[in-house]
Design a binder for this molecule. Sequence first.
Ligand code: CMP
Length: 135
Amino acid sequence: MSEAEQTLSIIKPDAVERNLEKEIKTIFEKSGLKIINSKKIHLSKEEAADFYKVHQTKPFYDRLCSYLSSGPIIAMILEGSNAIKKNRELMGATDPLKAAPNTIRKLYGVSIDKNSVHGSDSPENAAAEIKFFFK
Ligand code: CMP
């Protein structure tokens, strides 16, 4: 048995706007991930830029920061065995068009930008992203 791990998940503005919080949280809980903390927050563009700074050299960085700060989001700490990998499997590919059936992004994502959820991609980023929202 692997040890419980934590990861950060965000329900993005497009999904909060469409009242998908309950549906998305149910997907996590049904798969065995515990939501041990959750908060609704509206980031400023500067805060979004800080959160996504690993992407600062990417051509889509400015658009990404404007989008994340465009409305309220829900940040959550998910906990369970292999939480980082499990969450990424539940989310599906970044581009909803390429996401596998029944993944969150396939079910609810509208575009590569409005892809409904974010999830940490490594233990290092999970620790930093959890600290960002839940100091
Ligand atoms: P997320 O998992 O939140 O991490 C960075 C985000 O950048 C990603 O989801 C997408 O919503 C967004 N993005 C926009 N364009 C691209 C792209 N070409 N490749 C990867 N991510 C992109």
